[in-house]
Design a protein around this ligand. Structure first.
Ligand code: ZN
Length: 293
């Protein structure tokens, strides 16, 4: 990934990327903000609330009006810059939105709000299939929950490119952590992308993905394989989530066990939904899980 913070990088005709300076274990080099169009512009994901990033967006716009700000999902590293960017541009905000969704109990805690803006309501709510048009660009919304319940990818039909948000990225598989993440939704949202004849993705973090549907297929296989291993560990060894983490993430740093546990939990929930295992909710690291088939 070739970039410098604050410097717009041309990706395709009418598509420019700016990387916010918020690198980290979940954000890679930082959140990508995209500017679409050449006369009036759409911004995809304003990124964090960082004055330097905002300044870089306005500089890249170079006097052209920003008419729309689209948000892939209400995680703070994508969304928090919205309010001040809207103040500066008077653009309309569009997203699936979050405020209208029910908040699972575990998320409704200070740490839940650390990474999700649970109250986020855009000016205009858009759903699957919505078409958003500017002077010289046209985007279509693709509802792709899984990483987050409100996640949208955006298809720029003219260039045949999908802005894939955090749903599909090249640097790493996305985090599916309950209650925010849901494996059944994630799998369905991956399969949905396979049906769209487009093989160039521009993700929310990291560089562009060429031959993108190969990656999507690999992610689907990876999750199937992982889920099979977890099913086997429950059926053959009677393991709980703590035991499964120890088995499949051998030698994992103590500090990462909770995070790995969430990823395993997403699969165990999915196994239960399919009728393969049973347990009494709420599910945690030490809940007893039994195989039912
Ligand atoms: Zn996210």
């Amino acid at each position: 990934m070739n970039f410098s913070y604050g410097i717009p990088g041309g990706i395709l005709p009418g598509v420019v990327r700016l990387v916010a300076n918020n690198p980290g274990p979940f954000t890679h080099k930082g959140t990508n903000t995209y500017l679409i169009g050449s006369k009036s512009l759409a911004v995809i994901d304003p990124g964090p609330d960082d004055p330097l990033h905002r300044e870089a967006i306005l500089t890249a716009a170079n006097g052209r009006p920003i008419s729309h700000i689209l948000i892939t999902h209400a995680h703070r590293d994508h969304l928090d810059g919205l309010a001040k960017l809207q103040e500066a541009t008077k653009a309309i905000s569009m997203a699936y939105g979050r405020a209208h969704l029910e908040v699972p109990e575990q998320l409704n805690s200070p740490s839940g709000r650390d990474f999700v803006d649970l109250d986020f309501a855009p000016d205009v709510r858009i759903e699957d299939g919505a078409v958003i048009e500017g002077e010289d660009w046209k985007l279509e919304a693709l509802f792709t929950p899984g990483h987050a319940p409100d996640h949208l990818c955006l298809l720029l039909a003219d260039q045949n490119v999908i802005f894939s948000g955090d749903h599909v990225m090249g640097w790493n598989t996305t985090v599916i952590a309950p209650p925010e993440g849901r494996m059944a939704d994630y799998n369905a949202s991956l399969s949905k992308l396979l049906d769209i004849n487009c093989d160039l993705y521009l993700p929310g973090h990291g560089g562009r993905l060429e031959d993108a549907r190969r990656t999507v297929k690999a992610f689907l296989l990876h999750r199937q394989w992982r889920e099979q291993a977890i099913h086997d560990a429950i059926r053959n060894k009677g393991l709980n989530i703590r035991g499964i983490v120890a088995l499949i993430y051998k030698g994992l740093d103590e500090k990462l066990i909770q995070a790995a546990g969430l990823s395993v939990m997403a699969h165990v929930e999915h196994l239960k939904e399919q009728g393969f295992v049973a347990y009494e909710a709420p599910l945690d690291l030490d809940t007893e899980i039994t195989a039912t088939s």
